[in-house]
Ligand binder design. Structure first.
Ligand SMILES: NC(=O)c1ccc[n+]([C@@H]2O[C@H](COP(=O)([O-])OP(=O)(O)OC[C@H]3O[C@@H](n4cnc5c(N)ncnc54)[C@H](OP(=O)(O)O)[C@@H]3O)[C@@H](O)[C@H]2O)c1
Length: 289
């Protein structure tokens, strides 16, 4: 059986990948910074260490066939991703990445020129894509799970995250986790770049309406109020707060359209159509997310 290492297992993306891997009976190991705080399923082999510690990363990669990497919101994001890619390559471990990657050099450079804050993220993904690890590079659109951070605001009647009026594609990470787990546990999963996405683009009003239906109470879109950053400051801190504010400034200003051909590919990868935000909100309210 394939043995797989999961990075970020106490976080949003890695946590769902880990949960899916365990559900499928995969042999999973997680590298966590604090074992005592991790609270992961008993079947998971826990190793403690920081991604900046080369020896800890080397030990975590020893004896595994594949590894999932998600780049944390850390100031040393490029250094730790580089270290991880180097060590995965050295250990002969197949790399599966989830985050944000633009394969074409010219398109990536143009994106970096127009959004300088994204240059480190783009660079680290491009580095991992160049490693000799047969990498599967999964790009993800806006997470449905982001709404959980603002759940108290939403329940109080305000949907505070800016989303462009023409809509932003939103993905339920449970779907992403299914595809990523398949990539982790399939030894000959083709290397390459994949766009993972949800079935539709939604704006803030539509997202608020979906939550309103799921909760059975009025929820109004407040992401067009210049005060939206205050909600972010109440819920997040540090580098993650800065990254999220920058990302949502962008998402408020630029739509993410839904390409039907990409939805078809996602459907093939999943073996069924991707979940909608309506599915996510319903399951979340029912406590099954
Ligand atoms: N939000 C979106 O809509 C969206 C869309 C596309 C792409 N993305 C990308 O997704 C990524 C964020 O993923 P996420 O939401 O899953 O992040 P997250 O919930 O903040 O989780 C980060 C994980 O990384 C771990 N970690 C942080 N620093 C570490 C270190 N030095 N050594 C070992 N582990 C460390 C954390 O562990 P601890 O428990 O120890 O802190 C946690 O498990 C970003 O790269 C972002 O650009 C996000």
């Amino acid at each position: 059986m394939t043995k797989t290492l999961i990075i970020g297992a106490t976080g949003t993306v890695g946590g769902l990948v880990l949960r899916e891997a365990v559900r499928r009976g995969a042999d999973a190991r997680a590298l966590v910074r604090d074992k005592a705080r991790a609270n992961l399923p008993a079947q998971v082999e826990l190793m403690q260490g920081d991604l900046a510690d080369r020896e800890a990363v080397r030990a975590a990669l020893r004896g595994v066939d594949s590894a999932f990497y998600v780049s944390p919101h850390e100031t040393n994001e490029v250094e730790i991703a580089t270290l991880f890619g180097e060590e995965a390559q050295r250990a002969g471990v197949r790399l599966v990445f989830g985050g944000f990657h633009i394969e074409d050099d010219a398109t990536r450079e143009a994106a970096g020129d127009s959004i300088p804050a994204y240059v480190p993220k783009l660079e680290l993904a491009a580095f991992l894509a160049r490693t000799d690890t047969r990498p599967a590079m999964f790009s993800l659109t806006n997470f449905d799970q982001n709404d959980e951070v603002f759940r108290a605001d939403i329940e109080a009647g305000a949907f505070p995250t800016p989303l462009h009026p023409d809509g932003v594609n939103r993905i339920d990470l449970r779907d992403a986790a299914e595809v990523i787990t398949t990539a982790l546990t399939t030894p000959d999963f083709p290397a390459g770049s994949y766009q993972l996405l949800g079935p539709e683009s939604l704006n803030g009003e539509q997202s608020a309406q979906i939550w309103s239906e799921a909760l059975g109470r009025e929820v109004v879109y407040t992401g067009d109020d210049p005060q939206w950053r205050k909600s972010f400051e109440r819920r997040l801190s540090g580098r993650k707060l800065a990254d999220w504010i920058r990302s949502f400034e962008l998402l408020g200003a630029s739509p993410i359209p839904t390409d039907p051909a990409e939805v078809e590919t996602m459907t093939k990868l999943l073996g069924r159509p991707p979940r909608t935000l309506r599915d996510y909100a319903r399951d979340s309210v029912a406590g099954a997310r």
